[in-house]
Write a protein that binds this ligand. Structure first.
Ligand code: PEP
Length: 251
């Protein structure tokens, strides 16, 4: 059985003043029926780890370098994230693919580095609006999936996040049929590449404008094993009900 996962991506938001939100979340969700992950900015990781030390909430980074140490000014390695208290790292988010020109090959190399350091890689895939309108969604997702996942990946080391670029931070959400089509396609491709057992073990999250009002409907879609949540994860009063909806969908 795949355990559901609610992951929050704070992006470049949050200073020490926002750390109390973690305590609020931890109090509210000590017994959540699903896994919960928060990915704050790297500057907050070690203090977030202290704040969450008595909770079941996991922490993640938002990117890592391919090398473990070295002359890479401004970068952070997977080992450093782990040392700061992370168990996961988001890789290949569309904002990094767009802002930093990250290719599938680089995301794959970063994923290998993350796995070697003992982190779970949350690998993001998603089509642009132009690609969707041109009917290229499955082709784009298939290429990203093939190129971004290391051959060593399994459900224990990698989580997939399907995030249509046009749905991130826009309030626009694909229909449940569109979400189901892509998640079923990803599952089939994973089973083809890794075999039925390993392919069936990966969690596939949906991301893009998930809110308390649409979460339950999205979590009822086949092969949706949770969500990667941006804006709504910054507010416990919004992320809390999303976690509740996910736990309820797990039965
Ligand atoms: C994200 O950044 O991964 C994301 C899904 O953002 P939002 O929930 O704000 O659309």
């Amino acid at each position: 059985m795949r355990r559901k996962l609610a992951a929050g991506n704070w992006k470049m938001n949050g200073t020490s003043a926002e750390l109390d939100r973690l305590a609020t979340l931890a109090e509210r969700h000590s017994a959540a029926g699903c896994d919960v992950l928060i990915c704050p900015p790297a500057t907050l990781l070690s203090r977030a780890a202290e704040a969450l030390s008595d909770s079941q909430i996991a922490l993640g980074g938002q990117d890592c370098h391919t090398a473990s140490t070295g002359a890479h000014t401004g970068d952070t390695s997977a080992e450093m994230l782990k040392d700061a208290g992370a168990s996961h790292v988001i890789l290949g988010h569309s904002e990094r693919r767009a802002d930093h020109g990250e290719s599938d090959a680089l995301v794959r190399a970063k994923s290998e580095a993350a796995i070697s350091a003992g982190l779970i890689a949350v690998i993001c895939l998603g089509e642009s609006l132009e690609e969707r309108e041109a009917g290229q969604t499955l082709e784009v997702i298939g290429t990203q999936l093939q190129g971004s996942l290391p051959d060593s990946a399994s459900g224990e080391t990698v989580v997939i996040a399907y995030e249509p670029v046009w749905a991130i931070g826009t309030g626009k959400v694909p229909s449940t049929e569109q979400i189901g089509e892509v998640h079923d396609f990803i599952r089939a491709r994973l089973e083809e590449r890794f075999g039925a057992e390993t392919g069936g073990s990966f969690r596939i999250l949906y991301g893009g404008s998930v809110k308390p009002g649409n979460a339950a409907e999205i979590f009822a879609v086949s092969n949706v094993d949770g969500a990667l949540v941006g804006g709504a994860s910054l507010k416990p009063q919004d992320f809390g009900p999303i976690i509740d909806a996910l736990a309820a969908s797990a039965g």
